[in-house]
Unconditional design. Structure first.
Length: 317
C-alpha cells in the first residue's frame, strides 16, 4: 500500500456531528472501535490529540512470548509506535523490575478504583501519577489492564501488559509550534480557526503527528529527560480505547446519558451549532476517570496503528 493510500485509509471514519461519535447500524456509538471520537466542533480536519509515553521496554507484569502477542487491528505503519512524554530519571527505570508489580486494572472499575490503580503503579515506578515535560505537556500513569475492546457483537478481550503515560490534554497550538516550528491550523486561509497558545492544535496529518513525537523524543533525550529506551509516540488503538474508557462499560466514558455530553465534550450542539465551529482551548470540560480531558469531542485524534472496522482477534500487547 502506498503512503498516500495508507493515509487516506487512516482518515476514513464515520462521525455523526451531533454527538461526536461514530455510530454502528444499531445506532449505538461504536466508540471503542474508533480512536477518533472527536467531534465536535465540526472541524473536518485531523489533529494530533493524545500522545502516549512508553515507560520502559521490559514487561513488569507477564512478559508474553511472540506467539502470545495478538493484533487487535491490522498491520501497523512501519514507524515504531512509541509513546509520549515523561520527565524520567534513569535510576527509577533501573530498579522498577526488582519490585513486585501491583495488580492490573481489570474492567469494569469505578473512579475510586481507577485512582487506586494509578497511585499503586506510580508508586511502583517511583514517580508521581502526573508529570510535566519540557514544553508543559502533562501526562498521567495508565496502569496495565484488561478490557473488552469494541461493542455489541464486535468485541475482543484485550490485555495491556505495560503501564504507559497519556497526555492529560490534547496537544496545544503552542506546544506543537514549539516543537515543529509550523502552524498548520493557519494554512489555506481557513476561517473556522481559533488561535491561542492553549487551543488544541488542528489540521495536523499523521506524518506530522509522528514527526512531532520523534522530534520531542530527540529533544528530551538530548536534555537527559528520557532514557534511550523511552520515547514519545501516538497511542495504539487499543491503548486509546482503554485510556478513553477508563474502566467503564457504558456508551460514553462518563455513562449512558447522552444529555451529559456537553459537560465532557465540545461537539456540534455546543460548538458548531452555537457559532463556535472551531477547536477550543484544552481542559475546559470534565475529565474521565483517569483524569484525561477532551477524550470525547473537540478535535480528531490520531493513533499509531491501523483502524479496523472489524476487530480480528484480541490478545496481549
Amino acid at each position: 500500500m502506498s503512503e498516500k493510500a495508507a493515509l487516506e485509509r487512516f482518515i476514513q471514519t464515520n462521525i455523526t456531528k451531533e454527538t461526536g461519535q461514530r455510530r454502528s447500524g444499531s445506532g449505538r456509538p461504536a466508540w471503542m472501535s474508533d480512536k477518533r471520537i472527536l467531534a465536535g466542533a465540526g472541524a473536518s480536519s485531523i489533529l494530533l490529540l493524545i500522545v502516549a509515553f512508553e515507560m520502559f521496554s521490559t514487561d513488569p507484569v507477564n512478559p508474553p512470548t511472540g506467539s502470545e502477542i495478538a493484533s487487535v487491528g491490522e498491520s501497523r505503519p512501519t514507524a515504531k509506535s512509541s509513546s509520549t512524554n515523561r520527565a524520567a530519571t534513569p535510576s527509577k527505570s533501573v530498579t522498577r523490575d526488582t519490585l513486585v508489580a501491583p495488580p492490573v486494572a481489570v474492567a469494569p472499575f469505578d473512579a475510586a478504583q481507577a485512582k487506586k490503580h494509578q497511585e499503586a503503579w506510580a508508586k511502583h515506578l517511583g514517580e508521581p501519577v502526573e508529570t510535566t515535560n519540557s514544553i508543559g505537556m502533562k501526562f498521567v500513569v495508565i496502569p496495565p489492564g484488561e478490557f473488552e475492546m469494541g461493542e455489541e457483537d464486535n468485541t475482543v478481550p484485550v490485555t495491556l501488559t505495560k503501564p504507559f503515560r497519556v497526555g492529560v490534554h490534547e496537544v496545544t497550538q503552542g506546544q506543537f509550534r514549539t516543537v515543529m516550528g509550523t502552524e498548520p491550523w493557519k494554512d489555506e486561509g481557513h476561517s473556522d480557526v481559533q488561535v491561542g497558545e492553549n487551543v488544541a492544535a488542528s489540521r495536523v496529518n499523521w506524518m506530522a503527528a509522528t514527526t512531532f513525537c520523534k522530534k520531542l523524543t530527540e529533544s528530551e533525550r538530548a536534555e537527559g529527560r528520557l532514557l534511550t529506551d523511552e520515547e514519545y509516540r501516538l497511542p495504539t488503538e487499543a491503548e486509546w480505547a482503554y485510556a478513553c474508557r477508563a474502566g467503564t462499560t457504558t456508551i460514553f466514558s462518563f455513562g449512558d446519558d447522552e444529555s451529559q455530553l456537553g459537560a465532557y465534550a465540545w461537539y456540534a450542539s455546543n460548538a458548531k451549532n452555537a457559532g463556535e465551529a472551531y477547536a477550543h482551548a484544552v481542559g475546559m470540560k470534565k475529565p474521565n476517570l483517569w483524569g484525561l480531558h477532551d477524550i470525547h469531542g473537540n478535535v480528531y485524534e490520531w493513533c499509531g496503528d491501523w483502524h479496523a472496522e472489524l476487530l480480528q482477534q484480541g490478545g496481549m500487547d
